[in-house]
Design a protein around this ligand. Structure first.
Ligand SMILES: C[S@@+](CC[C@H](N)C(=O)[O-])C[C@H]1O[C@@H](n2cnc3c(N)ncnc32)[C@H](O)[C@@H]1O
Length: 362
């Protein structure tokens, strides 16, 4: 890693248009903008205004146990970024936070903020080096010997809680579309590969009567999955099997293999390998389902897909990103699947589904 600093000697030739510079300045200070969002969440500023309605600074500071200068900074940042609005002396929630509250997604959003703050933020400082090395250099920020983030989480109970709370919330932002798609196909026995705390497995069991789900998880994370299954009372329909899905055979007897937020983690070659294992485990007519964020085939957005790719490049495993729809379809074809079908999910996250079928032999 080397810093190449040269003294600036170029002469000024006019001042760039501030309106043109505004988006670039927001990127320049993007890390600071995020810290206002995080502080507003952690200090309870947004929850305070959600509970009590518009308030003045003299009421907000004491309610958050902040000294005057600290309240000044927090309110200056959150208001100028549009997280809050200000009318006269009173501060109120901005439109975006208000609409998350109205949609019932505010806690899910806060869980995502906590994940970005406590797990993603520091490791992203290794993004450039991760691109140079074509590997997740940022994993060095999470101590342990495990080969990837997931194999290290159990050694960091606080991070593990933050991670699985976020994963649950991120899935819940869009998994009603997963449930709808599987209802339409008419699946009976689902294999949920790397199913996390069973958030999607339990959603499927709740919404699709008679459907059984097997969750595959690494041994380290099985206690997290088991706890949620027991708490849900759906243990007769959802079970977890300890399995390294790269090293171990996929269990048979399923008519659908689900990869939820999974194929964004691995390299294209690893994804083909996983999809081939799914193909072999399925009967003819069986389905594979990819459920995660997607980037556009044109390679220029959406911006959330691009920004989320920094995490996948820097931290969890050697190589992943928010791949395009077409890249997933190519991997599916390489693995033997036919007729991939796209399902876009409406919403502010770039979630989508691709469903493909193992064709019966001709
Ligand atoms: C990004 S999370 C997705 C969790 C869940 N599918 C969801 O959508 O909320 C990836 C999950 O894959 C699991 N995982 C990682 N490597 C695995 C492996 N080799 N075999 C099985 N599961 C694995 C991790 O432990 C983690 O829970």
């Amino acid at each position: 890693m080397g810093l190449n600093v040269t003294a600036g000697t170029a002469e000024h030739r006019g001042t760039p248009d501030p309106a043109v510079m505004e988006p670039l300045a927001r990127i320049l200070f993007g890390h600071a903008a995020f810290q206002y969002l995080n502080a507003g969440c952690e200090l309870g500023l947004f929850d305070l205004l959600a509970d009590r309605g518009p308030l003045e600074k003299r009421e907000i500071g004491p309610a958050l146990s902040l000294e005057g200068r600290a309240a000044d900074i927090l309110l200056l940042g959150c208001t100028s970024l549009g997280l809050l609005g200000k009318s006269g002396e009173r501060y109120a929630l901005g439109d975006a936070i208000r609409s998350l509250l109205d949609a019932g997604d505010w806690q899910r959003f806060k869980d995502t903020v906590a994940f970005e703050q406590h797990i993603v933020y520091e490791a992203q400082a290794d993004f450039t080096e991760s691109l140079r090395e074509n590997s997740n250099v940022g994993l060095r920020r999470i101590s342990g010997q495990g080969r990837d983030l997931y194999h290290r989480l159990a050694g960091h109970p606080r991070l593990e809680r933050v991670f699985y709370r976020y994963m649950r919330s991120w899935s819940e932002l869009a998994n009603e579309h997963l449930t709808d798609a599987l209802r339409e196909i008419g699946v009976e026995r689902v294999l949920d590969c790397g199913g996390g705390d069973a958030v999607n497995a339990l959603a499927l069991a709740r919404s699709l009567p008679g459907v059984q789900v097997t969750v595959l998880e690494i041994a380290n994370s099985v206690p997290v999955t088991e706890k949620q299954i027991i708490n849900s009372g759906a243990g007769d329909r959802v079970r977890v099997v300890p399995c390294d899905m790269f090293a171990d055979a996929f269990p048979g007897g399923h008519d659908c293999v689900l990869f939820a937020h999974q194929l964004v983690i691995w390299t294209p070659q690893e994804n083909v390998l996983l999809l081939r294992k799914a193909y072999e485990a399925l009967p003819p007519g069986g389905h594979v389902v990819i459920f995660n964020s997607m980037s556009d085939d044109t390679g220029d957005g959406p911006v959330v897909a691009a920004l989320d790719s920094v995490y996948f490049a820097s931290l969890p495993a050697e190589g992943g990103m928010i791949y395009s729809w077409a890249q997933h379809e190519e991997a599916l074809r390489e693995a033997g699947f036919a007729e991939p079908r796209r399902v876009t999910c409406p919403g502010w996250t770039p979630h989508g589904l691709i469903i493909a079928t193992k064709q019966p032999p001709r």
